[in-house]
Design a protein around this ligand. Sequence first.
Ligand code: 3H9
Length: 711
Amino acid sequence: SWGRYRNPVPATRPQEAPSVSIVDQSRDGDILVLTINNPPVNAFSPGVPEGLKAGLDAAAADDTVRAVVIIGAGRTFVAGADIKTFNLPREQAPDLRGTIEALDAFPKPTVAAIHGTALGGGLELAMGCTYRVAVPGAQLGLPEVKLGVLPGAGGTQRLPRVVGAQKALDMMLSGTPIRATEASQLGLIDRIVDGDLLSGAVEFARELADARPLPRISERAVPGASPEVFAAARGGIKKTHRGQLSPSLIIDLAELAATVPFQEGWAAEAGRFMQAKDSPQSRALRHIFFAERESAKIPGITKDTPTTEIRSAGVIGAGTMGGGIAMNFLNAGIPVTIVETTQDALDRGLGVIRRNYEATAKKGRLTQADVETRMALLTPSLDMTALKDADIVIEAVFENMDVKKDIFTKLDAIAKPGAILASNTSTLDVNEIASVTRRPESVIGLHFFSPANVMKLLEIVRAEKTSDSVLATSMALARRIGKVGVVVGVCDGFVGNRMIHRYGDEARKIVEEGARPEDVDAAMNTLGLPMGPFQMSDMAGLDIGYAIRQHQARVAGQPAPDGWLDRIVERGRKGQKTGAGIYDYDETRKPRPNADMQRLIEDYRAEKGITPRAITPEESTARLAYSLVNEGAKILEEGIAQRAGDIDVIYIYGYGFPAYRGGPMQYADEVGLKTVVADLERYGQTPAPLLKKLADEGKTFAEWDAEKGRG
Ligand code: 3H9
């Protein structure tokens, strides 16, 4: 750290500074402009603090410089600390705190000129300046909580001093940025610049160049601080951030801002930041940040791969899935033709879509006009030929190969050349579906997750003959409709459902051996999953799994399965939709254990000669999590998923796996693959060869991904 700013080192005159620097110095009369040029998002990487220090030294040494403007080159101001440097030893990490100390002590006015996003360390840098100006579209926030850390360069101490205790807590605990216009009302921005940002900032700096004393944020008190505000925040995070470390540290630090001198809070923040940064939760959240961005990259697909623009879409099937899928397009302003076989089904489907929108409007998140605009983009039809002009058609009918083949045969005759023909199948062979068309290169699987208008995940199933262009277009489309698209290969259940089936098998086995369903669910709730395996299957409908198990047994020529869960389904208990499944439900939809079902399970064990044993929550968690990991390893080996990180992204966005555990594969890395293998063996599962190999070599899935990425 270069400490408080006292003895500026005389530097070369700014005009003579080399322009190759990551921080460019230039003069506009009596103002020195420092431009941070570190694409793509001007993160605070090595070189940035050195460049800013050189600039401040130059400004301090030169009497003709009256004020300094700091601005970002390219598309944004500083988007934060460089997350890639979080793994570096403290001495090697870029010195953001030292830079801000120097700004705070600087004897001349400094002005942050903000466009794009000032996030995390970027906003902290701006708050270290004397003043802030911004374009109206700029966004400002402290999103550190999303990475399992906290604002560690003064954010917890300065933001409350500017916007007040309550607003600062809201911003730091949600991580959601605010717009410059709101920031200006809150006093976080001193002037909105409507025209050219740099000229506006220079003009502002010149106006206030001689104003003294300099209004330093660190010297202010925190408005609106009371013990109640912090107590309420502590109560709130029990619901919103259950089991997480950094939110409570954030509240502690915001309270310090209000109760102790600045320097004391500032020092405490440094320690808490390191504590959070070195936690497994932060490692997991950082892993997901990068894994999500990696998952958008497909080997062999480049920026030059041609894509087609999707101007219109067709959806076949107006059931729950079809309707939800259509809403994604309507929300993005893309017209949709939706096709059904009967007027009744069509009316019902449209009714559901409208009711969904009206419900959102009631909550104030849409206007009635928005609802009408979206509904107006929707064309219902009973005739498949209405799909002839669509750029993409997504089939979302009953999960049956013959039905799907029939639809794709017809679609092949109707759809225009170049249209993408997609199936929303969650289990069936997309190669087989494609084979009935004369254009298998145009066929792809787009597996949405229910409710399709809400869940962020889209499994993009690349079939054998799917063209690069269709794949690239589908990835771009996913982004456009707000989904996280992950490319997977063809196999039964693709990535997500294939793994969840193993998990379901294991959960039933654990109950068979002696656990109660509610104990198994509770163990997974403790791990951070909002729903355990039985809560989830009750919600999805028990008849689905039942039908799959029956089908698989038939195909394998085995007798019909007769597990304890099959017996529950055979009593007509299909889950939440029938008001009863493994659990009982009332209007609150809270699962309540049922004594009869408990007896059914006990009778089942007795009949099979199983002596129940006590199963600890730790055993349940390990067996369930590792059954996912084990199947995930097989999926990786078969090339069905490209990376372990992709599997983690699928589990976080499609299955409610807590992001702060990083997904099942990262969770296994954190536990240690040797332990995972030993536990699998102890509980009678055979570890996948890849898992065993990595464990033997002392490696992690993350290392495997990195090696594969390097080719
Ligand atoms: C912090 O500041 C801690 C401090 O309080 C205390 C320190 C002591 N670092 O998302 P995109 C990369 S914590 C490194 O696709 P967009 C990203 O990986 C930080 N790399 O673009 C990607 O790389 P690639 C607080 C970063 O336009 C590329 O930039 N700040 C960082 O959709 C483009 O990213 C945050 O949490 C970074 N900070 O969205 C902000 N940011 O091309 C995190 C991005 O190789 N960033 N990259 O895949 C974001 O939210 C979005 O990236 C942003 C742009 C909104 C800025």
